[in-house]
Design a protein around this ligand. Sequence first.
Ligand code: GLN
Ligand code: ZN
Length: 761
Amino acid sequence: MSSHIIGYPRIGPKRELKFALESFWDGKSNAEELQNVAANLRVSNWKQMADAGIKYIPSNTFSYYDQVLDTTAMLGAIPSRYGWSGDEIGFDVYFSMARGNASVPAMEMTKWFDTNYHYIVPELGPDIEFSYVSHKAVQEYKEAKALGIDTVPVLVGPISYLLLSKLAKGVDKSFALLSLIDKILPVYKEAIAELMAAGASWIQFDEPTLVMDLDSHKLNAFTHAYNELESSLCGLNVLIETYFADLPNEAYNTVTALKGVTAIGFDLVRGSKTLDLIKNGFPPEKFLFAGVVDGRNIWANDLHASLSTLKALEGVVGKDKLVVSTSCSLLHTAVDLVHETKLDKELKAWLAFAAQKLGEVNALANAISGRKDEAFFSNNAAAQASRKSSPRVTNEAVQKAAAGLEGSDHRRPANVGARLEAQQKKLNLPILPTTTIGSFPQTLGLRKVRREYKASKISEEEYVKAIKEEIKEVVKLQEELGIDVLVHGEPERNDMVEYFGEQLSGFAFTVNGWVQSYGSRCVKPPIIYGDVSRPKAMTVFWSTLAQSMTKCPMKGMLTGPVTILNWSFVRNDQPRYETCYQIALAIKDEVEDLEKCGINIIQIDEAALREGLPLRKSEQAFYLDWAVRSFRITNYAVQDTTQIHTHMCYSNFNDIIRSIIDMDADVITIENSRSDEKLLSVFREGVKYGAGIGPGVYDIHSPRIPSTEEIADRINKMLAVIESNVVWVNPDCGLKTRKYSEVKPALSNMVAAAKLARVKL
Ligand code: GLN
Ligand code: ZN
């Protein structure tokens, strides 16, 4: 019985890699300095795993940017626009692919399954020539070996690599990416041979796409690929890792029958059904890597429960063939609890970050081998018990209120058409009303004020004064620009989730609980540990203050329950929807308080609604049902005359358009930077429904200032498919990251464009 880790965070316990990368990119340090920081991080990660007693320690899970990009480098699949010479890939080419350079934009980045990690999407086509270029996997293996640590090199599996790729520009849509398999396998074979020559006795292929809904054609590709690799893999122990969900039956049958494969890893945290599949049959000669320690959350493992799972598996595969593992790479959790200085002892006892999870994996492996660390287990049991019974976790009133939601649909009584009419009587807005999504530029001065207030360096009075000044400026600017529906600019908010979490009960915040999102960017999700309630109003003070400064309508600005949920570490002791309903009730109180205080338009952002969509189709309807219901709970009880907006930061919601409509908002503003036909059809659906719709008229992610003509052109394109009386004119998203020198002319052009379009109507 032994232990294994699928992958480890590479950013460092204090984001050392982030700072080293950014300093290198800024030209403040050289390549060697960056390489040194990276090497030290790798060494300390390997040592940490070795010291924790882990037997199968991964290598090649470090990356300067992303492991899929590293695979692209291994395969020499560099798009020609990066001017790669054909020899070694240096930082210049590598980071140009990741981030773009002065003359060439970056490759596309997209979400890694349903995590908040983003990978760089390979661009492939029929003409691409693969060759074995980056030997990083071998270098890392040797590097660890020199320390006396024999690691398991990890490669992104060949089929997952292709399935995660996209067609290069100009490639015929009918081209099948999977047809490239026989072109990339020779490179994999070379890498495998070199790893074996270096002494590797195990190799891990990450094939997480196996958990998706794959048709038989795609599943056959796995069989074909591993058949082809079989002879090269001879003499090696080969582990196929699957994670993020359980495997569909057919995928399970495929993976367990793969040739040349000696071990298979399963996610037993998210994959609740996999256990039954295994019990129904697992090839006797293969190893089973049981992912019982959650790689996607920060909770201490329930060791007792995991042990009984492992015992059941031992009964199926036998002690010798069972390996304790993590559910997925620990990349998706925080790094080390040791650096949390502000969490209290009780809460800390309930948590385990990556470093602590190593200890859990090892303790479970030892326990199965008859070397149970009684003290470790009893401490864990005590923490589990205290979490179950703590009054900090349970709030009877909240539980009751959430349970009381059952059985009702929570819809506003009047339909959207009638509501919009009632609202218009009150608001008297022009046709094609202009607005923004909420935040205005966050200047250095503003950040400093917030920081100093938080550190008690300035008084509350001084803080309020400074924020009030800022709001005044933002209101004045919007009035001068002639915007119709104003915002207060969100100067008091550091982050759209953290701001609310800090004021709600049931949330905790870490100091260093960072998780890599992409490249050097990390997020620090709040931890929801208890029943959520709202002790007092959260935004009413600022919103009413802002409203008092103008005669124009001021939008109240809230973050929706689904987004708060999806951007937090969520409790695992009750279903996600229960936590979401609790947050929804707290936001509902806020909505109603705003309404009472004279705020007639309230925007409830659901930037991350789509993010929570389960990977498997069979589970999506259930999620969408409770997510959309949570949104409706926040505002079903407002008056007809109160206008509810929602905002979403994406445009790829063709597949969830029914659900978006079912949210029953009065106005929906969405991202629209890729204004394609698909999106227009989405709008048409929306029009049938009758809600107001504001497809962003310019991209706020770029410093570029759009001209009046360009924006007017966009508006006219929209008016060609959408009735003018429901169209709103607004940017794509919040303006927080932009400079005033960009925002002022851009918004001015936006208002001018709306005016031009109005005249033509
Ligand atoms: N209201 C938020 C803002 O403007 C919305 C941000 C978002 O959608 N990500 O910043
Ligand atoms: Zn947005």
